[in-house]
Structure formats: C-alpha cells, structure tokens
Design a protein around this ligand. Structure first.
Ligand code: AMP
Length: 197
C-alpha cells in the first residue's frame, strides 16, 4: 500500500517522474490534467465543462475536480495505493482528499516535491510546447498557470510539512538521476518498491 502525491510547478517534470515512481512502487499514476485532457478529446460532458477553463490555464472548480478524483480512486486498480499528479492543487482540495481518505481509513505516505528553478521550468515548458503542442502551453497561459501554482498550490506544502510528509527532491539532472533520488528518498522513509520483473 503506497499512497503518494507528486507536487511541483509546471515544467518540473512531475508528470514524467510520476509515471516512473508509480511504476517502481506498483501503483497507478493518476494525473488530473490527463483525465481532463482525455475528457476534452472525447467530447464528454466533463470535457465540455472543463475545456475553456483548461485553455485559460485556470483551475477547474474544486467540487468537480474532487468528484473526478474520488471516482478515479474508487476504481479497483487504486485499491492497493496510488500516485496523484496535479491534485490537490489548493487547500480546499487538500481538505476534500483528507475527508475521502479518512472515510476509507487510509493515509498518505509521502508528498514528493520536485524543486526546479523558475527559469528552468519555463524553458522546459517552452520545449514541451514545441514537442506536444498543448493548447495551454502558450506564453500567456503559462504565466497564469505558474502564478496560480505560486498563489494556490505552494501553500498546500505547509499543510503537508506540518504532517511531516514532504520529501524535497532536487529536480535538476537527468531523468534517471531524478528518479533514483526520489526512489531512494521514499525507501529511506520505509516505502517498499516492487521487485523488477
Ligand atoms: P496539468 O496537466 O496538471 O498542468 O493540468 C492541466 C490543467 O488541468 C490545469 O491547468 C487546470 O486547468 C486543470 N487541472 C488539473 N488538475 C487540477 C486540479 N487539481 N484542480 C483544478 N484544475 C486542475
């Protein structure tokens, strides 16, 4: 049972590292951004509710986002744990997640914080914009997303610091180096990775 969050500014590499870490610990990586983008691509009801919000780089309303997460965490593959990427994104969502986990008598094991300097995250986003052509990777929208991160998301770290859950990781280096740093830090906290097949 491993329950993890990965937090970091846009361009910190948390999506990529989240997938690698989830695999190492044998849990599904659940990215709310991916869930919303898939819903937009499918043209579902959820997609039409969130499309304009995502394109502006604003936050999807907390109640809707938390309902999507609760439903995803209730699926069978998340019974043995999970890694959440991009949620919670503000203190209200932290409270929603607390309530949900308490109701299941579960607790988080760790919150991975990927630290990268602002300049580096901006240049990584610019690169991703060229490679993936995400509609929310324009200069103006990126600036909005980074300021929302600083204003709304960074404060959740204080809440998790008080619970001694935050694992600070230097996000500069190669992908493998960073993965190794995270895995070692989690193992040092007593989490057990799944054996490599
Ligand atoms: P991401 O891929 O995590 O950067 O998410 C892309 C977009 O999806 C964000 O800019 C928001 O519009 C929306 N989104 C993702 N996660 C959340 C969340 N936890 N709360 C609100 N909106 C979110």
């Amino acid at each position: 049972m491993t329950r993890l969050l990965i937090v970091g500014p846009q361009g910190s590499g948390k999506g990529t590292q989240g997938i690698r870490i989830a695999e190492a610990f044998g849990v599904p990586a659940i990215s709310t951004g991916d869930v919303f983008r898939a819903a937009v691509a499918d043209g579902s009801d959820l997609g039409s509710q969130v499309k304009a919000i995502i394109e502006a780089g604003d936050l999807v309303p907390d109640e809707l986002t938390s309902a999507v997460v609760r439903e995803r965490l209730s699926q069978a593959d998340a019974e043995g744990g999970f890694l959440l990427d991009g949620y919670p994104r503000n203190v209200a969502q932290v409270m929603h997640l607390d309530e949900f986990l308490e109701g299941r008598d579960e607790e988080l094991d760790a919150v991975i914080l990927l630290d990268v300097p602002r300049d580096e995250s901006i240049s990584r986003i610019a690169l991703r914009a060229q490679e993936q052509g995400r509609t929310d990777d324009t200069e103006e929208v990126i600036a909005n997303r980074l300021s929302i991160y600083e204003r709304e998301t960074a404060p959740i770290l204080g809440v998790y610091e008080a619970r001694d859950l935050v694992v600070h990781i230097d996000g500069m280096g190669t992908l493998d180096e960073i993965t190794e740093r995270i895995v070692s830090a989690l193992e040092a906290r007593g989490l057990v990775r799944v054996p490599v097949a």
